[in-house]
Design a protein around this ligand. Structure first.
Ligand SMILES: [Cu+2]
Length: 96
């Protein structure tokens, strides 16, 4: 798993917006290439996954900040926020 600042959006790159919709649990699909996670809330988030083979930790993301996660494996990652544990979602990583 590689994490870094987002580069230019490109085809196959999933955009995940952190908003209250994340809080009710949801699912998203990301191409194997990865996803850009942007915090659209007025407070911080810390999104992570401990799913084996797909784990990552974006650490504290302030409002308006974006990070890119690049996945090395296909599968389903259980994603959660360390600051608001009720925020959960699943990201299905598919071959591009
Ligand atoms: Cu959060």
């Amino acid at each position: 798993m590689r994490i870094g600042p987002p580069r230019l959006a490109r085809p196959g790159l999933m955009m995940i917006a952190l908003t209250t919709s994340f809080a009710i649990g949801g699912a998203a699909s990301a191409a194997l290439q990865g996803a850009v996670v942007t915090n659209h809330d007025p407070f911080a988030h810390n999104v992570f996954s401990q799913t084996p083979g797909m784990s990552f930790d974006l650490r504290t993301q302030k409002p308006g900040h974006s990070s890119e996660v690049q996945f090395d494996n296909v599968g389903v990652a259980d994603v959660q926020c360390a600051i608001q544990p009720q925020m959960r979602m699943r990201v299905r990583v598919i071959p591009q």
